[in-house]
Design a protein around this ligand. Sequence first.
Ligand code: DGY
Length: 318
Amino acid sequence: MTLSVPGPAEALLREHCELQVLGEILAPERYREAIRGADALLPQLRDRIDEAALDAAGPHLQVVSNYAVGLDNIDIPACTKRGVYVGNTPEVLTDATADLAMTLLLAAGRRVVEADHEMREGRYAGWRPDYLLGQEVTGATLGVIGFGRIGRAVARRAALGFSMRILAYDPGGVARQGDLDVEGCSLERLLMESDFVSCHVPLTEETHHLIGAAELASMRRSAILVNTSRGPIIDEAALVEALQKGVIAGAGLDVYENEPQMAPGLAACTSTVLLPHLGSATGKTRAAMGELAARNVLAVLAGGAPIACANPEVAQRP
Ligand code: DGY
């Protein structure tokens, strides 16, 4: 296990295994050294589990149980090839992450951080009709890019809580949502018609820089872009330029292309709300993620597959 996590995970693991907590994110070479001979790994999203790491862990390795729902730090085909299960933590973080996406949407749309600075820095000189005008949220159109669990949870909050019209784009298609009125459409149309755009696709080769200069240019000048998925979905340098030139009105970001760094110029864009990757950061959710990640490990060590499994085909291997 790379880092201690809140909740029962460590106690659960210690009941059944010899647990080593590394206590820090190690550079790849030191990480490879530290995991030699492990039966199971419980990495964080900053650990790269690639061929070299799998080779270093060696033939006893049975499961890589990521402490995250995102799996872009793990070479899943390389794990599958070796018969190593990959687990992750879906479901338990959906609400916390969707809540944070809404927080960013509201905060960026209503210029909450800029306004907070006005107060703290003593610039508020009294009420004025044209002071810090933002974007109306209720009744606006929200474009949801990526209509998986978190995208759907954001759509639900926006539609039911704020009467927003929902457009959705998903590379795998957008299924009907029962009581929820959602219109599936192309990415192009979503970008052109949305007042707010929220990104919820996993990071893959196909989604890398899904939103670049051309896509930003096709958005409304009043639009707000929100990202709580993975930073490289958006070409961050292009976003900075778009914000500087007023191509779009603002952005609410929780993730960055080269975390923990931000693209030059981003911090100076006052129309942004910038958070340090906090999507799942509530005590309850982080504990639930730990418990699921631990149970994924224990399920494999007991001869089964992870409860949340990214490569169930490992079971079919001879
Ligand atoms: C994830 O789970 O992928 C988030 O980025 C961290 O909770």
